[in-house]
Ligand binder design. Structure first.
Ligand code: ZN
Ligand code: MN
Length: 260
């Protein structure tokens, strides 16, 4: 009996029907340093777990995640100076995502949700999708692409962490990612909590920059207040919000498709 949520376990004779009938979830992440307490796979693990949970809720299909992403920047990802940060050029990522999505559509996919877990990927994913749209590849296809934190209201997160949360720009390997990993993959986390007293300012890129000045061992802000319980609260909110937005978007698209 095939696991109908896991696309990679389908046979070729099942794949076309599954893609035509179900919403396809594709996580895009990175292999990137996440401080001394988290594995390199955080930016894949979180969106993949979100995809699996929402796919179960909506009867969707989960694609194999894309494990390499765009260049890590010091102020948002700690930077490439840390061992284990493996990235591709933006043009490579655009081409790679373009080709993968084109293949899924050619295989039958009609409803696609891309869940990004690595900040620096976002604009490149959007560009790949827009190039597909311009090329006509997405005619008749409903697609939604987002970074998972986009469905989390800042006020909700501030309510979970109090004043320790200073904004998404400082969250690399910090409160939110650490809490989510403690909930989702506790065995892959380490019992080390470092804090960085001066998180980077939002939206400012500095050159030259010393990695140690923008992070503490790769952590942009705080980890002390992270917990599995808080991670569960965040995860449930993310998956609930994402499911409702997908349902809303797909309904709007269906109405639009009928009218036109
Ligand atoms: Zn991350
Ligand atoms: Mn990242």
């Amino acid at each position: 009996m095939v696991d109908t949520h896991n696309f990679a376990l389908a046979t070729t004779e099942q794949a076309g029907n599954l893609l035509q009938q179900k919403i396809l979830f594709l996580a895009v992440g990175s292999t990137e340093q996440h401080g001394p307490h988290l594995p390199l796979s955080v930016d894949c693990d979180i969106p993949q777990a979100i995809c699996e949970q929402v796919a179960i809720r909506l009867g969707g299909l989960v694609a194999p995640a894309i494990p390499y992403g765009a260049r890590s920047l010091p102020q948002s990802g700690g930077g490439a100076g840390f061992p284990g940060t493996i990235y591709v050029r933006g043009s490579t990522l655009i081409d790679y995502i373009y080709d993968i999505l084109r293949s899924y559509v050619a295989s039958g996919a009609r409803r696609i949700v891309i869940v990004n877990g690595h900040y620096e990927n976002e604009g490149l994913i959007f560009e790949a999708v827009d190039l597909l749209r311009e090329a006509g590849v997405l005619d008749g296809v409903s697609l939604m692409a987002l970074s998972w934190w986009s469905v989390l209201d800042s006020a909700f997160v501030a309510n979970v962490f109090g004043s320790s949360f200073v904004g998404w720009h400082a969250e690399h390997a910090s409160l939110v990612e650490t809490s989510l990993m403690l909930f989702l993959k506790p065995a892959a986390t380490h019992d080390i909590r470092v804090n960085h007293a001066t998180p980077p300012e939002a939206g400012i890129l500095l050159h030259p920059v010393a990695s140690e000045s923008v992070s503490c061992r790769g952590v942009l802000h705080r980890t002390s207040e992270a917990s599995a319980e808080r991670g569960q609260t965040l995860f449930e909110q993310i998956t609930k919000e994402l499911a409702s937005r997908i349902t809303k978007h797909m309904e709007v698209f269906s109405q639009y498709a009928v009218k036109n």
